[in-house]
Design a protein around this ligand. Structure first.
Ligand code: 5GP
Length: 204
């Protein structure tokens, strides 16, 4: 049976440690591909164009929406964020596990389109206070931006039931093991079509 790739959606509040955990997957597992999103939000210190995001203007983003270049896009705390369609399909063809760092709206869109090959995990801190401290320590956002992110986090958490797994990132060494377990399991997702052909082949 030919197996195409599968998808792993990682969501959760900014500051919960999603990027660090995704890095762990990329460094430890083969055949994984990180979907680099496009955004209109300003670049943070240390971020690299084409590594963390593709940074574009609002006009460019709206052009791309019109052209139908996005698999999904959303407005998250006042900025556009979107996933380009083509690289995802290419990676799936190459049998990769495609990893997304997207919000709950993005998760909903991906689920609607690719439910059978999708695994999802919501990453968060043990509580809101820890998140606040981590955002303040990171020092990349202003007080107002942090407040906005915390409000957004409370809203996002309400949708945690839509996810396969909840990963509470308290002790990073533990969280590392957990995200690797989730990613390994995500690789074992097959599309309904693949499963049907497997059933046929298996008893032939
Ligand atoms: P940040 O500004 O902290 O990098 O990201 C803010 C939020 O936008 C995070 O929850 C992140 O997961 C989400 N996000 C990043 N890229 C995308 C995307 O392409 N689509 C959607 N729907 N959300 C995204």
């Amino acid at each position: 049976m030919i197996k195409k790739g599968s998808l792993l959606v990682v969501s959760g509040p900014s500051g919960a440690g999603k990027s660090s955990l995704i890095k762990v997957i990329l460094e430890n597992l083969d055949n994984v591909y990180f979907s680099i999103s496009t955004t209109t939000r300003p670049k943070r210190e240390g971020e690299i164009e084409g590594v963390n995001y593709y940074f574009v203007s609002k006009d460019e983003f709206e052009e791309d929406i019109k052209k139908g270049l996005f698999l999904e896009w959303a407005n998250v705390h006042g900025h556009y964020y979107g996933t380009s369609l083509k690289p995802v399909f290419d990676a799936l063809e190459k049998e990769k596990l495609v990893i997304f760092d997207i919000d709950v709206q993005g998760h909903e869109s991906i689920r609607k389109k690719f439910n059978d090959i999708t695994t999802s995990v919501f990453v968060t801190t043990p509580n809101l206070n820890v998140l606040k401290k981590r955002l303040e320590l990171r020092g990349t956002d202003s007080k107002e931006v942090i407040e906005k992110r915390l409000e957004n986090a409370k809203e996002e958490l309400k949708r945690v039931k839509e996810f396969d797994f909840l990963l509470i990132n308290d002790i990073f060494e533990e969280a590392k093991k957990e995200i690797l377990a989730v990613a390994k399991a995500a690789k074992l997702k097959y599309s309904n079509k693949e499963l049907e052909s497997f059933i046929k082949e298996w008893s032939d």
